[in-house]
Design a protein around this ligand. Structure first.
Ligand code: GLC
Length: 413
């Protein structure tokens, strides 16, 4: 059995590697996550009044995009409409439950897309399929689906070329006929090269729903290697991750992930060829709080040094004990060796656990290598190859630095 080659737009998506997810909607004003209407069984009318206080006065698309860019993200997936049913875009008369009909009086998606274009960031649209606001969602479902289709048509027609659509909510009615072929045909008509993603949720991570789908999702999970043998078409993968324990802003949630957890997650996604989509939840009127921003900027410092390996590295067959792994560059000229848990160099006055400098052994390296060096300081590493075994003397971080995961670049002879 053979492995299909990816369509160009799918391999382009894989090349993006790292994206920023943004959950922002009316719920953000409550600071209790994006599910609060449902979880707290809030009164619908009361909830919808959040529209009247939605000014979006702190939303600055330019800043949002620049933060993503500094973090090393190549794309941003923004919630154009979440389960609450409120649209950040101009629904062109389909509904008045949208940003232009709120005190914000702006098409926030237009601002977002324009800022992305200015800074070479690819815009992606998250769009809910589950809708707590639309009366037909639990009534005349076919007419709801037509509303959904027309909503998506607006997004595909009015904002120029987009990277893709990221749907979420089909899991809420697993037995319903969602008429996906009609929805996807509408997308293809205007956006033939848009990625179509439809989140399979927590209970079906990595599953391919339908054949139109271009990437599977691993919501808050661990991306797994894709077995593409015998697949009709090449499907890519993406893992989305909360920065703390909520997607939408949670003012009481201080359980932020550490830089270590985030950077290791990013690396582990790339190990299996998946993209990493890291979420932030702006506050009620659109402000990204300092802590979330700082975390992104820290990742950006790592990406400044090692980003090339994230974008260009693809899964590679070599095996080793522990967490370290190797990726191979798209053009085949380089290997990227990702080393975990190296430790910092120093003497016994400063280093608690003076683990000896490491000989890392990888098995299954067919390429003959001419040199290996750390990407952060260019230090050449001693190595030895015997058939498919590669032994590298991985030196520790120079005193004063610690990058969590350190990447060495090898030249293939
Ligand atoms: C979900 C949740 C949702 C969130 C999404 C992100 O399925 O319902 O609130 O937007 O996952 O992956």
């Amino acid at each position: 059995m053979s492995i299909p080659t990816p369509e160009k737009y799918i391999s382009d998506f894989e090349q993006l590697g790292f994206g920023m997810f943004v959950h922002w909607g009316l719920y953000s004003q409550l600071g209790k996550g994006e599910w609060i209407w449902n979880i707290a069984k809030m009164d619908g009318e009361e909830y919808c009044r959040l529209k009247d206080s939605f000014t979006a006065e702190d939303f600055n698309a330019e800043e949002l995009v620049l933060t993503a860019k500094k973090a090393g993200c190549k794309y941003i997936t923004l919630t154009t409409r979440h389960h609450e049913g409120f649209s950040l875009y101009d629904t062109c008369g389909l509904s008045d439950f949208d940003a232009p009909h709120s005190p914000a009086k702006r098409d926030l998606i237009r601002e977002f897309v324009d800022a992305c274009r200015r800074h070479d960031i690819v815009p992606f649209f998250y769009h809910t399929t589950l809708d707590w606001h639309h009366p037909d969602f639990n009534g005349d479902f076919d007419s709801y689906l037509e509303y959904l289709r027309q909503s998506v048509e607006i997004l595909c027609k009015n904002y120029g070329k987009i990277g893709g659509l990221w749907f979420d909510g089909n899991w809420s009615k697993p037995d319903a006929d969602w008429k996906e072929e009609e929805l996807y045909a509408t997308i293809r008509k205007y956006q033939p090269e848009a990625m179509i993603i439809n989140n399979t949720g927590l209970s079906a991570r990595g599953k391919i729903g339908r054949e139109e789908i271009d990437a599977v999702t691993f919501e808050n999970g661990q991306a797994e290697p894709m077995n593409r043998e015998g697949m009709k078409k090449y499907v890519s993968a993406e893992m989305c991750h909360t920065i703390n324990d909520h997607w939408g802003y949670g003012s009481g949630d201080i359980n932020y992930k550490s830089p270590r957890e985030l950077i290791e997650s990013l690396c582990n996604c790339r190990k299996v060829g998946a993209n990493y989509l890291l979420n932030i939840g702006p506050e009620g009127q659109g402000k990204v709080n300092a802590y979330q921003r700082e975390l992104l900027l820290l990742i950006g410092r790592w990406m400044d040094v090692f980003g090339e390996a994230v974008y260009n590295g693809r899964p590679y067959s070599a095996k080793t004990d522990g967490k370290s792994f190797i990726l191979k560059s798209v053009d085949g000229k380089n290997l990227y060796i990702f080393a975990f848990d190296l430790g910092t160099a120093g003497d016994s006055n400063v280093i608690v656990d003076g683990r000896p400098v490491g000989n890392y052994i990888f098995d299954g390296v067919k390429e003959k290598l001419s040199s290996i060096e750390w990407m952060d300081n260019g230090e050449k590493l001693d190595f030895f190859q015997d058939q498919e075994k590669l032994r590298i003397n991985m030196t520790k971080y120079p005193y004063g630095t610690s990058y969590i995961v350190r990447v060495a670049k090898a030249q293939v002879e």
